[in-house]
Design a protein around this ligand. Sequence first.
Ligand SMILES: C[S@@+](CC[C@H](N)C(=O)[O-])C[C@H]1O[C@@H](n2cnc3c(N)ncnc32)[C@H](O)[C@@H]1O
Length: 351
Amino acid sequence: MRKRASRSNEYEAECIPGLEAIAMDELNSYDAHSLETLRPGFLRFRFAGDSRLLLTLRSTIAVYSVYRFEVPRPKALLGHQHLTRLIGILRAAMRDWAMKNPRLGIGAAGANSQVITRLKEELARLLDVKLAEGNKGELYLRLVRPIDRSAWEVLVRLGPRPLSKRDWRVINMPGALNATVAYAMTRIRSQDAQNRVLNLCCGSGTILVEHALNSPAGQLLAVDNSAKMLSAAKRNLCASDTNHRVILLNADAGHTPLPSRAIDRIYADLPFGGHVGSHADNLRLYPALLREAYRVSKPDAVLILLTHEINLLRNCIAQSNWRTILETKITLSGLHPRLFVLKGKSTRIYK
Ligand SMILES: C[S@@+](CC[C@H](N)C(=O)[O-])C[C@H]1O[C@@H](n2cnc3c(N)ncnc32)[C@H](O)[C@@H]1O
């Protein structure tokens, strides 16, 4: 049954392009309605509840309140009537999100144009706030043109920072995974029991924390061969109060001390020669990791991998005991890594 849209407000959720379905699932569980994808990575929806609830979303990078201004171009926002309305909206945002001395940032096509610069300076003067360097302030808005191009919309971000920046991340290592991608990996459904979960190449623990917060039961094992990464993971796990469920092992992901046929679900955000590792290392690591993951898995286990070394991983999978159930391209920091979901060749494919 279609829900009534009365007394609801319009919002835009920004998510990782390629992971819209997971963001939609989560929004549906919050009773959002009139959900639609505007373009890759941007979802529109209506929501009748308290907007503070939306700050607990884990699959979206940021959520914005949408305000429509009947103006032909952004310059008209400097006119008295529109400027007064906009100042009211931004003052309410500063109050709602308890922002003290926020810096103001505006995202727009032509963000450095004369008009947007004037608008930014005028808003900062009237609100008595500073301008953010690089346009990314705590008080952050975007100017966008609706699809019918009949007006302009001002989108004001809920909260002083993106939702992908998690409170638990007390140590931010180079190459750490975006937490919304880690969350999406933990939401991939399968028939695995999820009692015993292993994170190979766990790095600073992003997937571990998101999994532990998402599935309050079960034991987690994690392997990395860098003591520095494991110590960062420990700090992040402690900050998220999930450390008591996780055993961290300093070992090679291709040769772990784990028993055979013990694990229900395995994750790995593989090194792909950007911040971490090199192609030469991966030529050895990828096939060894697939072999080891197969050895330690129960027969119906699922293996969820993220990498930008797509051809290498595909070739290694073809020569392994795994088969690909799902391969999803995502857009992350200007790159297009892929998410692979694998099952053992001898197990049946789940729906
Ligand atoms: C892309 S990073 C993982 C980042 C992690 N998802 C995070 O959010 O911090 C890849 C990790 O693989 C680890 N690694 C590389 N080669 C390894 C190997 N042979 N055995 C175990 N871990 C390895 C690195 O130390 C690094 O922590």
